[in-house]
Design a protein around this ligand. Sequence first.
Ligand SMILES: [Zn+2]
Ligand SMILES: [Zn+2]
Length: 216
Amino acid sequence: MELCLCPLCGGDRHYALPVACKLYGRCLDCALVFMAPVHRLDDAGEKAVYDGHHNEVDDPRYRAFLMRAFGQVLAQIPAPASGLDFGCGPGPALLAMGRESGYQMAGYDKFYADDPALLTRQYDFITSTEVIEHLAEPGAVLMQLWDCLKPGGLLVLQTQRVLSDERFRHWRYRHDPTHIVFFADASFHWLAQRLGAQLSLPHPDVAVLAKARIQP
Ligand SMILES: [Zn+2]
Ligand SMILES: [Zn+2]
């Protein structure tokens, strides 16, 4: 089994973190934990898992869960404004919540709403809830999303953060076969520095990256 370069920072300095019969690496530069590519599902297998998720647009518990991220938008971006939900999935509840709050919303999803033109536009905010832990190339994707943000814009990412190697070994979040990369606080600090973003971590599952109003 072989590890790859770190899919967030591209670095080659990592240590092996074997858990059960899977191999993970932990990056020494950005602290990302990433699964060895050999364990990844193919696209069809990945989509089959997502097809089994039943998140209803009107489910109050699911909406409360999404509010962890969307609440940051409500607090910081006055409507009307334009937003993209990246990885909106088959039951786009966050799109509905955004529209109900007066935002102009677009939703992109590799499997359910694959319109690449949406990733060439610019938005006042971008949300991505429970998505980035599924990305084989999170670094490239996050750079692309950052380019889709207007000056003064907000990138709001919801994913559970890895706390320590020991906790990682016993972590339920790891058991989802489509979860392949795991961010630590330090990974978001690395990302913010790379992007020149202002970072806040307002919730254990939420990271907010703000783009300066005037670009240097
Ligand atoms: Zn890294
Ligand atoms: Zn997930």
